[in-house]
Ligand binder design. Structure first.
Ligand code: G6P
Ligand code: MG
Length: 213
């Protein structure tokens, strides 16, 4: 028996490792603007939405950008990213992801997806797991990205479950902060010394054990 009524998953870094594709697409864009970009910097972008990520990257540029220029650069990055994810398949599912989703379903809990990625529907389709979710938040309808609780609260509301009855699953610091300010239990995927706000941290969904949270 689980004390929760719903589990709300993040996508990137939890169910599939798209972080590498975001890295490649941002690196190409950053270097076109003469901005250095590496893996360490990419870590700061996990869970941060597209324009927020671009602002962080351009903060180290020598020149100023207008709103229109920023929107054009964000579109350019997204085109690189879409080229990269076009070949994704079920082989890109992280270990334990399908088993975790199926366990939650078998226990009769509701399942939601709370990703700020506007490409989430495409990625779920490529992975072949769209129908495993009762509700997927459309990132285009979210005004404030993580760490704001808006996206997790919207998922809970649409699933018809109170926030305190939800388990949120996240790999990013900003994402864990979003879950906690939504008043949910936070399961972190990664390292406890990074995800310090999480209630429990596991290395990957291979270690997911619903009954123990
Ligand atoms: C996720 C990723 C971020 C990405 C964001 C927006 O949160 O962790 O790295 O920037 O989604 O993704 P999008 O596909 O809309 O550009
Ligand atoms: Mg993530």
């Amino acid at each position: 028996m689980s004390r929760f009524k719903a589990v709300i998953f993040d996508l990137d870094g939890v169910i599939t490792d798209t972080a590498h594709y975001h890295y490649l697409a941002w690196k190409r864009l950053a270097e076109s603007q003469g901005v250095h970009f590496d893996h360490a910097f990419n870590e700061n972008l996990k869970g941060i939405d597209r324009l927020g990520s671009l602002d962080l990257i351009l903060a180290s540029s020598k020149r100023a950008y207008t709103r229109e220029e920023k929107l054009a650069l964000a579109d350019e990055k997204n085109l690189h990213y879409q080229e990269l994810i076009a070949t994704m398949s079920a082989a890109d599912l992280l270990p334990g992801a399908v088993r975790a989703l199926d366990t939650v379903r078998a226990r009769g809990l509701r399942i939601g997806l709370a990703s700020v990625s506007k490409n989430a529907f495409t990625v779920l389709g490529r992975l072949g797991i769209t129908d495993k979710f009762d509700y997927v938040v459309d990132a285009a309808t979210i005004a404030r990205g993580k760490p704001d609780p808006e996206i997790f609260l919207k998922a809970a509301r649409e699933l018809g479950v109170a926030p305190e009855d939800c388990l949120g699953v996240e790999d990013a610091v900003a994402g864990v902060a979003s879950i906690k300010s939504a008043g949910m239990f936070a399961l972190g995927i990664g390292h406890p010394f990074v995800l310090t706000q999480a209630d429990v941290v596991i290395t990957s969904l291979s270690d997911f054990n619903l009954e123990s949270y």
